[in-house]
Design a protein around this ligand. Structure first.
Ligand SMILES: [Zn+2]
Ligand SMILES: [Zn+2]
Length: 69
């Protein structure tokens, strides 16, 4: 079976992406890449008010509330 997005899934051999630092794995390479940031300490999402960095956009969004309440 060939999916429209180019991924090929055949029974029993679904491609999985693994974290090189722990046993986390996901079918979505983007999820794994984002997860790996929690190991490397990289924080690409920066608050433009106080400069604090976050690993995930959602965390930054949540943090922004402290400035707007
Ligand atoms: Zn990991
Ligand atoms: Zn802030």
């Amino acid at each position: 079976m060939v999916a429209k997005n180019g991924s090929i899934y055949s029974q029993g051999s679904i491609k999985k992406y693994n974290c090189q630092f722990c046993d986390y794995s996901s079918l979505n390479s983007g999820h794994v890449r984002r997860h790996i940031l929690t190991h490397t300490g990289e924080r690409p999402f920066k608050c433009n008010i106080c400069g604090r960095g976050f690993t995930q956009k959602n965390n930054l969004k949540k943090h922004m509330l402290v400035h707007f309440t």
